[in-house]
Design a binder for this molecule. Structure first.
Ligand code: SF4
Length: 176
């Protein structure tokens, strides 16, 4: 896990204190879509959904201006199913560099280009759902295993079967 830089840590403490005094949340979690590439048995987000009514980047900007959280978790469903995910991350990011943004994903649609774009957009903690996707935990687990082997192979969903992330493992991301 990347160490949070000192300057950003101090910003987090300062803004967190202001939020505490104002009664605003410290951490906010945005589920940016209800759709997912997986069908994990324990989860009610699995499969394709109508994404036409998902909140737009401007909606997230309005929530951020109101709530001013210091940490934001972006999850789903599978957030990478949104083609405008980098725009959502940019809309969440504030002029002072906050919040510290954590993206939770099963990696099934991850590519190197998207990874770098998301980093530049403001994702601070890369893709915590690598933990979720560990082998042995449903379909996400099997996807993680595929990604780790760096090979493509058929999967239950078209999205996963076409996933270029299968050739781009989490272990490579940790070196960027
Ligand atoms: S990968 Fe995550 S969001 Fe998708 S079905 Fe599995 S647990 Fe649910």
């Amino acid at each position: 896990m990347r160490k949070v830089p000192l300057g950003q840590s101090l910003q987090i403490i300062r803004q967190g204190s202001l939020n505490w005094r104002a009664g605003r949340p410290i951490v906010v979690s945005f589920e940016v879509t209800d759709a997912c590439t997986c069908f994990c048995k324990h989860c009610d987000h699995g499969g394709l959904r109508d994404m036409s009514r998902d909140m737009k980047p401007a909606d997230y900007r309005r929530y951020m201006e109101e709530l001013k959280p210091v940490v934001v978790q972006v999850s789903g469903g599978e957030p990478l199913m949104r083609e405008d995910l980098s725009d959502v991350i940019r809309a969440i990011r504030q002029p002072n560099g906050l919040p510290f943004t954590i993206l939770v994903s099963n990696w099934s649609l991850m590519t190197e280009a998207r990874y770098l774009d998301l980093r530049h957009a403001g994702v601070g903690q890369r893709l915590g759902d690598c933990q979720l996707g560990r082998p042995g935990k449903g379909h996400a687990g099997s996807l993680f295993a595929v990604a780790e082997r760096g090979v493509n192979q058929p999967h239950r969903t078209p999205h996963a079967a076409n996933s270029s992330a299968a050739g781009w493992p989490c272990s490579k991301a940790s070196r960027i």
